[in-house]
Design a protein around this ligand. Structure first.
Ligand code: ADP
Ligand code: MG
Length: 840
């Protein structure tokens, strides 16, 4: 049962999140960092792992709703005429094919290759079709799909007078002859009425494109007012829109009709006053639909637009000898229609990935309404007269090109940000509960999944530091957030250490860029280094302890046995021992030196390090010190603590290490047992539940069938009896196991304590050993040697770290860097030191 609930929540949350991530444009940008969303993401990641274990088939697509590819529908409507060219235009019985036969042009002679017969197969030939039938065939589906979120485009194409406007707008004075436009508006409002579960808004706009200029056919409305700046076509991630075009909210059919008539009137007026020829302009009436569920929890809503396009006459005006304005119009129309044709050809060609939409205003304005994700329909209007046959042919060719275009209608889903946040918050609360259940089932104590505060982050930082120092064996995994923070703190600590190393180096040395030849030659001139970058007087290029990192080091110089290394250390350690070897800071410095000690070819060492003579307040250079030259070269640093720790564990600390390991393995074994017992308890609990259920079933069956009593005693059948026995037995088992678990937990706590103690001892003893081995003056070392006056490990800490300096001075430094218990312990240690001094 738990699994089912969890899967459901998980998947629904995924789909919510998926939706957010799929959102387009501005919204995605704004909401991606929403705290609720981020919190949900965290919880999802926490749950994801366990979900993946449970449901293997989790790689289904939940987020996208892709439509399948669909061909553009192309229809032919023939304008009725008394003079119909029967011998030239023939329809086949399928109602789809139209055959054209052209008589041979006698002027071309008897033998010519002129083609005379064509056949065009379209989706339907509308001959003598009523406005009603045309609407049903052409537009009804497109409009009803628009309410489900699909964009739609219906275009009328054809020569002037062929019936485009009649098809699109119809006769405005006659209701029966109304065209696609008013009928579409009627259908939209009718569907809204039929869908009380949704709040649907309708807006309309009416655009005219004339000679490559944009006109708002609804700008005459009193509340719109004339636009100051010319309209422009703007593209954004949501699609294409016309900046400056008025869009009108219409709450009822009648309002929508008024707007349509207003636009139609403006079209006619413009043709008189501005001397425009209305058949030379393209008109686009757009209905914008937005449908939201009235259920508040549903944050999804769909939008769509229906473009109803009445194109300019397609006749080849250029052929007739037109002049002036007419010629200009002709050029524009021809251009825009041929650009439309080019775009259509490109859309129909699967290999083309660039569609030339921006060549003219018409295709640019229709960019997201041609092809793409729309339901698209073309009505080609033709004139059935013999004189128009050439134009008819050209229109039919356009129609068959259009038929090659495929689109992929897709629902335009959008998300209501406010509703979505509310839903996410609910989901978040559920997920938290879910995690709490998971944790308790997995026998984990209550884990907090909230973002971390500064104190928690500081604690992790300290854990990481202790881990790096070696005082913390492992960092327990709690949750994803904590793991991420641990890594983050690793980065923080690393970069701090890098900076510290660099600043320490800068304090001590002058760093010269190896590529800075001027600086190098200056140093060479000053006689500090020779041509190879070796320090003058340096015997073989080694010896960082002498203060120089040379350009090159001879191979084979580096490897030295650890023992020898340790022996060589004591003297230099004495000089370096300005601060406690226990402190992290000191560790950093030693690491940095190790890094700088040249170990390979020239190219590996980037900076040349020269000890600054002026600022150096330490020793003179090696060449100036004959005493130093007599000694074998020594490394200036003790071995790294982790390396030394391994040695320690094998040598002096072997016994305590063995006990530590033993305790740890006992602890692990107990933990494993506790987890197994928990699992058993859970299993018994499940079985108890199941048995109880079965028993209840038996009981209700018995009650239904009528109970049988004998001398006041209830008689039950064997099955029920066995179930009761089983339940009793299970309960007993449960109690026993539970008691075991309690005992185990107590044992685990005790063992944990032991392990902690051992770890502490191991580390303390290691520190003492480390200091004795690498930081103890020679005289003291002699004393520590077998037969000496002091036993190893018994040397007081203060003595070890004082290294001949003023004890009190050293100790106050130690207080700042190493005393683990903080300021409260100062007086305690002060007293101890005094006592030890007295003894010594
Ligand atoms: P276009 O817009 O293509 O230039 P119109 O729609 O203005 O053509 O049509 C020209 C004339 O033909 C108009 O008077 C119109 O009423 C008439 N007409 C066109 N198609 C039909 C039709 N199918 N039935 C009746 N009349 C039509
Ligand atoms: Mg017209």
């Amino acid at each position: 049962m738990t699994t089912t609930i969890t899967s459901h929540h998980f998947l629904s949350t995924c789909s919510v999140l998926g939706s957010v991530l799929d959102l387009e444009g501005g919204f995605k940008q704004d909401k991606r960092h929403h705290p609720v969303l981020q919190a949900a993401c965290y919880l999802i990641s926490e749950l994801k792992l366990s979900q993946m274990m449970r449901s293997k088939n989790s790689n289904k697509h939940y987020f996208t709703k892709m439509g399948s590819r669909k061909k553009v529908h192309a229809f032919v409507r023939v304008r009725p005429t008394d003079d119909f060219a029967h011998e030239m235009i023939k329809y086949r019985d399928d109602n789809k094919t139209i055959d054209i036969h052209l008589k041979k042009d006698s002027r071309r002679g008897v033998v010519n290759n002129q083609q005379t017969d064509w056949s065009f197969k379209l989706d339907r030939v509308l001959h003598d079709a009523s406005q009603d039938l045309v609407y049903e065939t052409v537009a009804k589906d497109v409009v009803s799909q628009a309410l489900n979120g699909f964009n739609g485009t219906i275009m009328c194409y054809g020569q002037t007078g062929a019936g485009k406007t009649y098809t699109m707008t119809g006769a405005t004075e006659n209701y029966k002859h109304r065209g696609i436009l008013p009928r579409a508006l009627q259908q939209v409002f009718k569907m809204i009425e039929e869908r009380p579960t949704h709040a649907i808004t309708v807006r309309v706009s009416y655009l005219e494109i004339y000679n490559e200029s944009l006109f708002d056919l609804l700008s005459t409305l009193p509340y719109v007012g004339p636009s100051v700046t010319p309209m422009t076509i703007v593209e954004n991630p949501q699609g294409v829109f016309i900046k400056g075009l008025s869009v009108h909210l219409t709450s009822q059919e009648e309002d929508a009709f008024s707007l349509l008539f207003e636009g139609e009137t403006n079209r006619i007026i413009a043709s008189h006053t501005m001397n425009k020829n209305s058949s030379r302009s393209h008109c686009i009436f757009t209905i914008y639909v937005e449908a939201r569920s009235r259920t508040l929890s549903d944050e999804k809503y769909v939008t769509s637009k229906i473009n109803l396009v009445d194109l300019a006459g397609s006749e080849r005006l250029g052929k007739s000898r037109s002049e002036g304005r007419v010629l200009k119009e002709a050029t524009y129309i021809n251009k825009s229609l041929s650009f439309l044709e080019q775009a259509i050809i490109a859309l129909g060609d699967q290999k083309r990935d660039h569609i030339p939409f921006r060549q003219c205003k018409l295709t640019h304005a229709l960019k997201d309404s041609l092809g793409g994700n729309c339901n698209m329909v073309l009505v080609t209007n033709i004139y059935g007269e013999a004189a128009q046959l050439e134009e008819t042919l050209s229109s039919l060719r356009f129609a068959s090109r259009m038929k090659l275009v495929t689109t992929e209608p897709t629902v335009n889903e959008k998300y209501d940000a406010e509703r979505m946040v509310k839903n996410l918050e609910k989901e978040l609360a559920l997920l938290k509960q879910e995690l709490a259940i998971h944790d308790s089932l997995a026998n984990r104590t209550l884990v907090n999944y909230d973002p971390m505060d500064e104190i928690q982050i500081a604690e992790i930082n300290s854990q990481v530091r202790r881990y790096l120092e070696g005082t913390l064996e492992e960092i327990d995994i709690i949750n994803l957030r904590q793991i991420q923070e641990v890594f983050n703190q690793f980065r923080v600590v690393l970069s701090q250490q890098e900076q510290e190393v660099e600043s320490t180096l800068r304090r001590k040395y002058t760093l010269i860029d190896k590529n800075d030849y001027a600086a190098i030659s200056a140093v060479q001139k000053a006689g500090l280094v020779d041509a190879d970058g070796h320090l003058v007087g340096e015997p073989d290029g080694q010896g960082f302890g002498l203060g120089v990192a040379p350009f090159s080091t001879k191979p084979g110089k580096k490897s030295k046995s650890k023992k020898m290394f340790k022996e060589q250390l004591s003297s230099s350690a004495r000089k370096e021992g300005a601060s406690s070897p226990l402190s992290g800071k000191d560790l950093d410095v030693s690491t940095s030196k190790t890094q700088l000690t040249p170990s390979s070819k020239d190219g590996d060492v980037k900076d040349m390090v020269v000890r600054d003579r002026e600022t150096s307040n330490t020793e003179p250079l090696a060449s100036d010190s004959p005493k130093e030259e007599l000694r074998p070269p020594r490394p200036s640093t003790p071995p790294a603590k982790p390396v030394a720790f391994e040695d320690f564990k094998n040598e002096r600390g072997s016994e305590i290490n063995r006990i530590f390991k033993e305790n740890k393995s006992i602890l692990n074994e107990r933990r494993k047992r506790a987890s197994e017992t928990t699992q058993r308890i859970n299993a018994i609990k499940r079985e108890i539940d199941m048995t109880k259920e079965a028993l209840n079933l038996q009981k209700s069956l018995r009650e239904k069938q009528g109970e049988y009593e004998n001398k006041g005693l209830m008689i039950i059948d064997e099955e029920e009896f066995l179930l009761i026995l089983k339940l009793k037995d299970l309960k007993k088992q449960y109690r026993t196991e539970y008691q075991d678990l309690r005992d185990l937990r107590a044992e685990i706590q005790y063992c944990q304590h032991l392990v902690d103690q051992c770890r502490h001892r191991l580390l303390t003893e290691f520190d003492i050993w480390y200091n004795e081995s690498f930081f103890v003056p020679e005289d003291l070392q002699m004393a520590v040697k077998p037969g000496g006056s002091i036993r190893p490990g018994m040397m007081p800490l203060s003595k070890i770290v004082s290294l001949g300096e003023d004890d009190q001075d050293r100790f106050s430094q130690l207080q700042q860097t190493t005393l683990p218990e903080g300021p409260d312990s100062v007086s305690f240690y002060n007293a101890k030191v005094k006592m030890e001094q007295k003894h010594n």
